[in-house]
Design a protein around this ligand. Structure first.
Ligand code: SF4
Length: 458
């Protein structure tokens, strides 16, 4: 079996910065700079069914989820009337999922805030008045300058949802860095930090990429990939192709999701117990001698003997008692998967958004490691992201930071990727300092409409 030469990641145990979603910035790099009408030969054209007039086609990126697929927005009489996948984008082959197509509702949502509002009543009274962009920007600039001049840049707090590639670079590496605040919070701890941390501990960064197109068997723990995924549309198309070729899909899930329903087998499992099944699968593979000794000895920091000694306790019977999955089924699948050569095993929120999510993610990667399915055709590899290069030197101002990003001390044994669900509580509590300006950014971009919703209050 051909191996590629990027396998040295395996020995890395250090936590490093997370990498970008694999295609997040690609579509914007490829198409974001294009302005005006997009010239497409045959595909990518659309006409009004009433007047027959050709609609203006504007390329953009779907921001309905983090996959950021390439889209074309069709405009008629100044209104976006339809969204389609960009036919020139190889990641998605011109497809757009249902959620992506529904993105048009974001543009014309009657509740969408399109202009700055200033609070005029007491906090919580819900009284606001409309102000101009100039007024809003001037006031914000004045307050930011005042804070900066007092030597308290850390009291400017910035919190964001999804921010990647060029927007991340511009806001974090330039704007916030130049200002000098390190009081920057995100949302990862209430999202997928279990998966991120598990992968960072194993191969130094998050995410993975699964080569469904060339694999022989797929096992899924808690991911509803037919409906959503971090890299949904590009990845599910590969899965559909694999399934059309007859590749087996087994899904462990607490519920009969659409993905479970479309699998060869749905194996119901008690919530939060995936780890027990995963460890038992590892145990069977080692016990039956179906492991890839060369991979283990070359690319991990444990020996086969150590694995045998450690995994002996995790029998299928033990896992059955915890998860409700029959021991005979666990054993059968473990043997089948190890013999698939290669297989793809992936998991997501159903498995990793539990108190034991970090260890579940690590154990899932252990299955593919002991089978030798890492960095092989038809297996999985660490994903890579596009980088955003620029010619402007980055500012290296010394940053100051309020200690409110990682939650109350002692509340978490192992906080990583911050504790965003505690930030508001910490601000209210005030014992670790309070920001004077709190700016929040949620980005939603559809078609040519491209705005950030900002709120700043003190
Ligand atoms: S997967 Fe769907 S919602 Fe997500 S970016 Fe692609 S088209 Fe948009």
């Amino acid at each position: 079996m051909k191996r590629y030469n990027r396998r040295d990641f395996w020995k890395l145990g250090a936590i490093s910065a997370s990498i970008l979603g694999i295609g997040e910035s690609f579509s914007r790099r490829a198409f974001g700079a294009l302005k005006g009408e997009f010239k497409l030969d045959k595909a990518g054209r659309d006409f009004s069914p009433i007047t027959g007039k050709k609609r203006k086609a504007i390329p953009s990126a779907c921001w309905q989820c983090v996959a950021r697929d390439g889209i074309i927005g069709y405009v008629e009489d100044g209104r976006v009337v339809k969204l389609e996948g960009n036919p020139k984008l190889p990641r998605t082959n011109g497809k757009l999922c249902a959620k992506g197509q529904a993105g048009i509702n974001q543009v014309y949502d009657p509740d969408r805030v399109l202009y700055p509002l200033k609070r005029v009543g007491k906090r919580g009274e819900g009284k606001w008045k409309r102000i101009s962009w100039d007024e809003a920007l001037n006031e914000l600039t004045y307050r930011l300058k005042e804070l900066h001049d007092k030597g308290e840049p850390e009291k400017f707090m910035f919190q964001y949802g999804r921010m990647k590639a060029s927007s991340e670079k511009i806001i974090k590496s330039y704007f916030l860095a130049a200002y000098g605040t390190g009081t920057v919070a995100n949302h990862t701890s209430i999202c997928e930090s279990g998966k991120w941390t598990g992968q960072e501990l194993v191969w130094g960064a998050c995410f993975d990429n699964n080569d469904f197109e060339h694999t022989n068997m797929i096992i899924n723990f808690g991911c509803n990939i037919y409906e959503a995924h971090t890299n949904h549309l590009p990845l599910v198309q590969k899965l559909v192709k694999a399934r059309a070729k007859g590749v087996k899909l087994i899904t462990f899930d607490v519920r009969l999701s659409n993905t479970a329903a479309k699998s060869d087998e749905w194996i119901p499992i008690k919530p939060g117990t995936d780890l027990a099944v995963v460890l038992a699968i590892c145990s069977v593979i080692i016990k039956e001698g179906l492991y890839d000794r060369a991979f283990i000895e070359t690319w991990t920091n444990v020996t086969v003997k150590q694995l045998k000694d450690h995994l002996r306790q995790y029998t299928p019977k033990w896992a059955e008692g915890i998860s409700g999955v029959p021991a005979s089924k666990i054993k059968q699948l473990a043997i089948e998967y190890a013999n698939a050569k290669p297989g793809c095993l992936f998991g997501y929120r159903g498995a990793v958004m539990h108190y034991n999510g970090v260890e579940t993610e690590r154990a899932m990667l252990m299955i593919d490691a002991i089978c030798g399915y890492i960095d092989v055709k038809g297996g999985k590899c660490k994903a890579v992201g596009a980088s955003w290069k620029n010619s402007f030197p980055e500012p290296h101002t010394k940053k100051k930071k309020l200690k409110i990003i990682d939650g109350f001390p002692g509340d978490y044994a192992f906080p990583t990727h911050h504790a965003s669900h505690q930030v508001l509580k910490m601000i209210k509590d005030g014992s670790h300092g309070r920001p004077e300006i709190y700016m929040r950014s949620e980005e939603r971009r559809v078609g040519k409409e491209c705005r950030s919703r900002w709120s700043a209050d003190n």
